[in-house]
Design a protein around this ligand. Structure first.
Ligand SMILES: [Zn+2]
Length: 443
């Protein structure tokens, strides 16, 4: 028995749409019957593997059945002419559509993969390259496998600014010079400082600071004050040559002391990577200062360290690491490296003694690294320090465990081992002083 149901809903809609071109209900009914019958006979609209091609065949049926029913004097309506044209050029249209679909699917798949990848935290070791000279992590730290080299280059340089390919934008209005870089790398565990390797010009690491400025609330009504305090800080830092970079409250990055010159930022300090130990880090590291007041409960918030600053810190870090082949292991905060030779304690300066957003900056967590001040040079920590940081850096007990193991192995008491390590520190310091190495006393 004949049925008026078209083969599928899409075909039904198309046939009904063309019905509108006929005025008489009788003609419409005739048209529908004929079109549906032909669809069934010719297998159109039966779930073809090539749906677009199927639609062309449907339109051919529609046109062939519709045109004889149109009034003789009328011209063929535009939709019908379009359908006829589409059918005539069905093969090229189909080919172009197929190619475009494949392209579109590829683009969507590529973007989806990028979005998924971007939503994962970037492992510290994959953000920037170590180059051939990059050293692995300190023992006990998160291991840093090979990172995929990322080339970041200077895109544009103008009056007072530089733009880099990763989005880093550096303002140079306050740029100044300083003493040329000169620093020494002591082979890990060396007993004599004479084994040191001298370096110049190229920085080996980055030390992050806060300005400890008392700053206005981060609100629009304080805009003028925020601007004024940033300029005052920059003028002060430039005059005193305190840092290589300052990131203000609006995430603007200013270069102050040029990269190839040492800023007076790290004072008495120690750090190490897997191969070398470093003392007095101003000479060998770039100092980056966030305009912020650090407290033990400092967090990422508009009134504390804000998102614009973190973003600026991330792209600046990536650019510097790419440019100088700085390893992740050598990117650390001031509190983590600062020591007091007179009191033999770590944490003389306390900026970023907690809450530095290592992951957000694209680095591994250095609070978790076996602390070189304790493990290699026998520095201690006191109750005041412990209270200030609230929660012990995991790297301190790690370092203390290593000391205990070494003491056990050498048959020394813990206190004797620490004293020997302190003597070692002092001999390295005297050796450096004899070579007139700049040992700054910055914040
Ligand atoms: Zn500092």
């Amino acid at each position: 028995m004949e049925t008026l149901r078209p083969p599928d809903q899409t075909s039904a809609r198309i046939i009904e749409a063309y019905c509108e071109l006929l005025e008489s209900p009788a003609l419409r009914l005739r048209f529908i019957r004929k079109a549906v019958a032909r669809c069934q006979d010719e297998g159109v609209g039966q779930g073809s593997k090539w749906p677009l091609f199927d639609r062309f065949r449907l339109r051919k049926i529609v046109v062939e059945e519709l045109v004889p029913l149109l009034p003789a004097e009328s011209t063929v309506p535009m939709p019908v002419r379009l359908a006829m044209t589409a059918y005539r050029f069905r093969v090229p249209i189909y080919a172009v559509s197929a190619v475009a679909s494949v392209g579109l699917v590829s683009v969507i798949a590529y973007l989806a993969v990028q979005v998924v990848l971007a939503s994962y935290p970037v492992p510290a070791d994959s953000i920037v390259p170590p180059v051939a000279t990059a050293a692995p992590a300190v023992a006990g730290a998160t291991d840093l496998p090979q990172y995929a080299p990322e080339q970041i280059w200077l895109v544009e340089q103008g009056d007072g600014y530089e733009v880099y390919s990763n989005g880093a934008r550096i303002l140079t209005e306050f740029e100044t010079d300083g003493p040329p870089r000169r620093y020494f790398a002591f082979p890990k565990g060396a007993t004599s400082p004479d084994a040191a390797v001298e370096h110049t010009a190229t920085p080996k690491g980055i030390v992050y600071h806060t300005s400890q400025s008392h700053i206005a609330p981060f609100k629009e009504e304080f805009n003028d004050k925020l601007q004024t305090s940033a300029r005052a800080l920059l003028e002060f830092v430039s005059r005193r040559r305190l840092y290589n970079y300052v990131i203000d409250r609006f995430g603007r990055v200013y270069r102050v002391v040029r990269d190839e010159d040492a800023a007076d930022h790290a004072g008495n300090s120690v750090w190490a990577d897997a191969e070398f130990e470093y003392l007095d880090l101003s000479g060998g590291t770039i100092g980056i200062c966030f305009e912020a007041e650090w407290r033990p409960d400092t967090k990422l918030a508009p009134d504390e360290i804000n998102e614009a600053q973190i973003y600026a810190g991330r792209v600046l870090t990536a650019m510097l690491r790419s440019k100088y082949g700085i390893s992740d292991a050598m990117c650390v905060t001031h509190a983590l490296v600062s020591v007091s030779p007179s009191s033999r304690l770590i944490g003389f300066h306390m900026d970023w003694a907690r809450a530095f957003p290592f992951a957000a900056i694209g680095l591994s967590d250095k609070y978790a690294v076996e602390n070189p001040g304790v493990a290699l040079f026998g520095f201690d920590h006191d109750g005041q320090f412990d209270r200030a940081i609230g929660e012990m850096w995991p790297g301190i007990p790690l370092a203390e465990r290593r000391l205990a193991e070494t003491a056990l192995a050498t048959g020394q008491k813990d206190v004797e081992l620490r004293r020997d390590l302190q003597l070692r520190y002092r001999s390295f310091k005297s050796w450096l002083s004899a070579r007139d190495v700049e040992a700054g006393n910055g914040e």
